[in-house]
Design a protein around this ligand. Structure first.
Ligand code: NAD
Length: 428
């Protein structure tokens, strides 16, 4: 297929990136969403999520008439060659993926899809979903293809255009190859497989990353107890090509819109086939423990009790480079601080909205004013460039808890403050 007619349903991080990038690859793309305000803004070239390069691609796609935004799937799919599902699959009851949005879209379009049009799942969906969609469609002339997305928020466009791999799976091999061909201008290894395997790749990969993070958080805890330095330990581990250097930094616990729901969903999928995935469950338990340890560290930095302590928080997004707050570990930590009676003032360069349990300010130095301790919760590079001497002048206490090991400890101690990182010895 060259210049294929593609409909993308759902214009969030994944859908908008997919739509804009497929248009940039020369396809004719119609993006659909139920949110009419969002559709109107996108049709005017306004992108509300923070993703480098995305707004430019949207503007270019609109100008070239290769990209349009509409409400209503039924009319949009009438002459489509492929329909991409990019709707949310949040954590549902008991931890399983909630597929209601996927099912709602299928119910809406099943009888108007043209024969031969492929339904493509880009949303993260549990194994068996392609089969379930086929049953819901009730048609033999519409193939279902699993094409999981691996982009990371903050680098979504670059990840889409330069993927590590493209995974396409279907029980209709010709349909899988047709979808893989849509990406032929991207240079990446293609993994063409059956639907169940493609669906499982996404969970297997995300859950592996979550386990890696839980593991490194546990090693950081051991470093503290044994007097070792996690920075050297992970450097020594990361040079091993079997391990690699990425996802080897301790933090306040993993979060975001994917890892928490995907780990729970895979535990549920495993349970549904009688397998106790205790390895993955342990990673989830470790992640909860990590937040407790972080809160205990912050309490330690203000003399033991958080009641009425003034805590200045730097960073709210679940990671640097995004304004996404979904399941952000920073929000878990701040709500635990508030529950312990702390007064929280927070700054994040990408977040301006009012949030419960804290005062959100638009200047990093405002969080320092009269603070008993400062806590870094997101690894924004700009925090390393603060005038820490000035921060010290503004503060009432002297504690700096760096849950991302972002800051240079010496810079903090030179400013007369006391530095606490993760798995690092306290500077002398
Ligand atoms: P999102 O919440 O940012 O966007 C989802 C969009 O779908 C919203 O604009 C919403 O209005 C729209 N929508 C909901 N129901 C709809 C319907 N019935 N018809 C049309 N539009 C509808 O979600 P996201 O982060 O883009 O995630 C989408 C899927 O992709 C999820 O399954 C997620 O797990 C997966 N995924 C996400 C990421 C990521 O980094 N965000 C990466 C890879 C995969």
């Amino acid at each position: 297929m060259s210049g294929a007619r593609i409909v993308v349903i759902g214009t969030g991080y994944v859908g908008l990136t997919t739509g804009a990038c497929l248009a940039a690859l020369g396809h004719q793309v119609t993006c659909v969403d139920v949110d009419d305000v969002k559709v109107a803004r996108l049709a005017a070239g306004r992108v509300d999520i923070l993703e480098p390069g995305l707004e430019e691609l949207v503007t270019r796609g609109l100008a070239a008439r290769r990209l349009r935004f509409v409400v209503g799937s039924r009319a949009a799919v009438a002459d489509a060659e492929a329909v991409y599902l990019c709707v949310p699959t949040p954590m549902g009851a008991g931890g399983a993926a909630d597929l209601r949005a996927v099912e709602a879209v299928i119910a809406e379009i099943a009888d108007v899809l043209p024969a031969g049009c492929a339904v493509v799942t880009k949303s993260t969906v549990p194994v068996g979903t392609a089969q379930r969609i086929r049953a819901l469609l009730g048609r033999d002339d519409v193939p279902v293809v699993a094409n999981p997305e691996f982009l990371r928020e903050g680098t979504a466009v670059a990840d889409f255009m330069h993927p590590d791999r493209i995974v396409v799976g279907s029980d209709d091999e010709a349909a899988a190859r047709r979808i893989a061909d849509l990406y032929r201008d991207l240079s990446a290894p293609n993994v063409i497989t059956d639907a169940a395997s493609a669906e499982l790749v996404k969970y297997a990969a995300n859950c592996f990353l979550a386990m890696k993070l839980s593991y490194v958080n546990a090693i950081a805890e051991l470093c503290e107890r044994l007097g070792a330095d996690i920075v050297s330990v992970t450097e020594g581990m990361g040079h091993d090509r079997r391990i690699g250097r990425s996802f080897l930094k301790p933090g306040p616990g993993w979060g975001g819109s994917c890892l928490p729901k995907d780990t729970h969903a895979l535990v549920q999928v495993a349970e549904s086939v009688g397998f106790d995935f205790s390895l993955l469950t342990a990673a989830i338990v470790e992640n909860i423990a990590q937040r407790d340890r972080i809160v205990a560290k912050i309490a330690g930095a203000v003399g033991g009790s958080l009641a009425a302590a003034r805590i200045g928080v730097l960073g709210l997004a679940f990671k640097a480079g995004t304004n996404d707050l979904r399941d952000s570990p920073a929000l878990s930590v701040t709500s635990m601080l508030a529950a312990h009676g702390a007064e929280v003032t927070a700054y994040d360069p990408a977040v301006r909205e009012a949030l419960p349990g804290m005062t959100v300010v638009d200047d990093p130095y405002q969080v320092a004013k009269d603070a008993d301790a400062i806590v870094v919760l997101t690894e924004w590079a700009e925090f390393t460039k603060l005038d820490w001497g000035y921060v010290a002048d503004l503060m009432q206490g002297d504690g700096v808890v760096d849950t991302r090991n972002l800051l240079e400890p010496r810079t903090i101690t030179d400013a007369g403050l006391s530095y606490v990182g993760l798995g690092r010895p306290r500077p002398a």
